[in-house]
Design a protein around this ligand. Structure first.
Ligand code: ASP
Length: 460
């Protein structure tokens, strides 16, 4: 049995609904369907979730919201009309949104979260109704009924373990089940959404909960590419990638699959296949626990901007017990999360997302490090980008780092930092943000472009 999740671009219009229905009907194993809210129909279209956020904003300000409400309903109406379905479902959607507004109008956070969730919720009702309209035995399943229980953190929910006791019961149900992505219910009974793009998480939770044979994630590309196709023309497609590799790539900027979505399937060892709704015959990319490395130790290259680095020097730092802990404690006190901590004998750097360091926070943090840790020197470097070279085969191949540094040297990219964890599934390079594209292209040519043909020797 397969759990198939269709992302926003796959359910953005009536034409897309038809494609999705054909995909579902083509394979009897596609029994559990998870849908996003309608996404963009064209490049500068607005996603349903963003229309709903705008609607919540107007209500919170106490302003007239007829126009925003209308835009939301029009998107659904367009789908219903083109699919020649009964108008009744539009009335149900209007009633549903109206009741959410009157229930939560005095609680802006809840209202925002409930309205966001309604995008997928109403779209799932619509998809189930459309499948019925085509003569299929299909039903809409609310996440509470499915057993998707989450922490009560609006906009950043996390799954609660008790869900995995409830979800297996879905298997007893007949027909095709359509479940809305992106939200669950807290134990207090509130609707709570995951972070943006979180329908991937719902799909993964359902797949793990029902122990599916495969979790299919339908999107709008034939496969996941080894590098961002906006940076390199026609890059290689990844046939197979491991969970660990995918996690590293998503973290560093690959947006095809939500990085939190891998955990449930990873823990239960369920393979994921990322496929194209527009071209379902394409094999797609499989995300699995193990892959044959062969002569391709590097599977992908990712890069992301928006990092900064706090660097401290202190003579005999290596002898000072507790220095690292006290340094990180200062960041913890400010609620700052860090990404990497490359270090030397008498120095340590802490790399973090720079939006966390507002001018006031920066002043406080640097001041505390200087006075409490009595460092010799402290500096901060902003506008950094991190480039990750990812591949399970790297720990058994010699010369991967050499190739990278050689490629950077040839391309004139100055390296600010290098970090490699002992797992050797990724290597991180810090460069100036404006050198990111050049750095990624240079690495891609080194590892993937046959013209530059390289060979590695294996570690004996
Ligand atoms: N609709 C939500 C968003 O745009 C969730 C999703 O599509 O996965 O973030």
């Amino acid at each position: 049995m397969k759990v198939s999740k269709f992302g926003g671009s796959s359910v953005a219009s009536a034409a897309k609904f038809k494609q999705v229905a054909q995909i579902i009907q083509a394979d009897k194993e596609r029994k559990m369907i998870v849908v996003s809210a309608p996404g963009k129909r064209y490049a500068d279209d607005t996603k349903m979730t963003d229309l709903l956020i705008a609607l919540a904003g107007k209500i919170q300000l106490g302003e007239d919201y007829v126009e925003e409400f209308g835009k939301v309903i029009d998107r659904y109406r367009e789908i219903v009309t083109e699919l020649e379905m009964s108008e009744e479902i539009i009335t149900e959607i209007i009633d549903n949104i109206d009741s959410l507004i009157s229930l939560h109008k005095n609680d802006p956070f809840r209202l925002l979260d409930c309205l966001k969730a309604s995008g997928e919720d109403n779209n799932a009702r619509l998809m189930a109704a459309y499948l019925q309209h085509l003569g299929e035995e299909a039903s809409y399943v609310n996440p509470k009924e499915a057993g998707i229980f989450v922490s009560d953190e609006p906009g950043r929910a996390r799954i609660l373990e008790l869900s995995y006791e409830e979800l297996p019961k879905l298997k007893e149900r007949e027909g095709i089940l359509v479940i809305p992505g992106f939200f669950g219910y807290s134990e207090q009974g509130n609707i709570v959404t995951f972070s943006r793009g979180g329908s991937d998480i719902t799909g993964s939770i359902v797949a793990a909960g029902v122990k599916a044979d495969l979790y299919e994630n339908f999107t709008d590309v034939d496969a996941i590419y080894s590098v961002d196709p906006r940076l390199v023309e026609k890059p290689c497609e990844m046939k197979e990638v491991t969970y660990r590799e995918m996690r590293e790539l998503s973290y560093a900027g690959f947006s095809v699959f939500h990085d939190e979505a891998l955990e449930p399937v990873f823990k239960s060892g369920i393979p994921v296949c990322v496929k194209n709704t527009n071209n379902p015959k394409a094999k797609g990319t499989f995300i699995v626990s193990k892959r044959k490395v062969g002569d391709q130790p590097v599977v992908g290259i990712a890069g992301d901007k928006g990092f900064c680095n706090i660097h401290v020097d202190k003579y005999l730092l290596n002898r000072e017990i507790g220095f690292g802990r006290r340094l990180l404690q200062i960041l913890e006190d400010e609620g700052i999360s860090y990404e990497h901590t490359p270090s030397g004998i008498d120095n340590i750097s802490v790399v973090m997302r720079e939006h966390q360091l507002t001018p006031e926070v920066e002043e406080r943090v640097l001041d505390r490090i200087q006075t409490e840790l009595e460092v010799d020197n402290i500096s901060i470097e902003r506008n950094l980008a991190l480039v990750m070279v990812v591949g399970e085969g790297m720990n058994s191949s010699v010369g991967i780092a050499a190739k990278a540094t050689e490629a950077f040297a040839k391309a004139g990219v100055n390296l600010e930092m290098i970090n490699q964890g002992s797992s050797e599934v990724s290597m991180m390079f810090g460069v100036k943000a404006d050198a990111l594209e050049k750095a990624v292209q240079a690495l891609y040519n080194t590892y993937f472009n046959k013209m530059y043909s390289i060979s590695y020797s294996s570690v004996k």
